[in-house]
Ligand binder design. Structure first.
Ligand code: ADP
Ligand code: MG
Length: 260
């Protein structure tokens, strides 16, 4: 099953190398508060391009999760714009999928059914869903666990299901909100290593990724670019720098040890 296609993204324009996949312009977000609105993001300009992994750092409360939800089209901006491949979002972003810190698996569904949920929402027929879900599970090392329930799995395995569920839709941009921080150090490193190996081998069915993390080592080993979100006076980009390494796909083999 490992060489089976995970699934074909339906009706998406052909990829263009280096194109801007996600773009925010003067993105502002406030949440309603008891007396006045609580400003969270105060004008974020960010481009996510084909082929790059961008790490998003910032203290708690700086708006990192809010920014990811805006990129996914799960919440609407107060003002400003998010666009996907040049088209402003009006609802859920069809080009993204999300991996959550707390996995967010549905406990009453099996592993395979959890992975299928994203495809179901996109109208993929049942037989294709099953084959694609099995291929995605195989890819993250969970072959044989299709009928298990989340509570029967370790944390690391649950997050592998979380990755399979996101990757099965072949998102142009994978959005990860502190995906390893609920795992113990070794489990997190293991999963990270496996994912980077897939990415280096060109078997990672996504064109770009955004990784929210508090872990600098994770950022410098995984990302091509680091963006720091500052919280004062409210969330905006306060620093941005490139990591001086070629993209892992061009590197040939992953070289985590070189930087750790
Ligand atoms: P981070 O992920 O960087 O820790 P968040 O985006 O989760 O930051 O939160 C930024 C700020 O917005 C915090 O002060 C948080 O309390 C507030 N916030 C987040 N989500 C909501 C919400 N749905 N309603 C009201 N306030 C929220
Ligand atoms: Mg957060």
């Amino acid at each position: 099953a490992a060489d089976a296609p995970i699934t074909a993204p339906a009706g998406r324009p052909a990829p263009v190398r280096g194109e801007v996949l996600l773009r925010t312009r003067d993105l502002v977000k406030s949440y309603p508060g008891p007396d006045r609105d609580l400003p969270v993001l105060g004008g974020v300009d960010l481009d996510i391009k084909d082929g790059e992994i961008v790490a998003l750092l910032g203290r708690s409360g700086s708006g990192k999760s809010t920014l990811l939800r805006l990129l996914a089209g799960l919440v609407a901006p107060t003002s400003g714009e998010v666009s996907y491949r040049g088209t402003p979002l009006t609802g859920a972003n069809p080009g993204t999928a999300m991996v959550f810190q707390s996995f967010a698996l549905l406990p009453w569904l099996t592993v395979q059914q959890n992975v299928e949920t994203g495809l179901e929402a996109r109208g993929v027929p049942a037989r294709e869903r099953a084959a694609a879900a099995r291929a995605a599970l195989d890819r993250v090392g969970l072959d044989g666990f299709e009928s298990a329930y989340p509570k029967e799995l370790s944390g690391g395995m649950r997050q592998r299901v979380g990755f399979a569920r996101a990757l099965v839709v072949r998102p142009d941009v994978l959005l990860m909100d502190e995906p390893f921080s609920a795992l113990d150090v070794l489990t997190g490193q293991n999963l990270r290593g496996d994912l980077m190996e897939l990415w280096a081998a060109g078997e990672f069915p996504t064109r770009a990724a955004v990784l929210v993390t508090h872990n600098i080592e994770e950022a410098v080993t995984m990302a091509d670019r680091i963006v720091v979100l500052g919280a004062r006076p409210y969330g905006h980009i306060t620093a941005e720098f490139d990591i001086p390494l070629a993209h892992p796909r061009e590197r040939g083999t992953p070289q985590f040890d070189a930087l750790v």
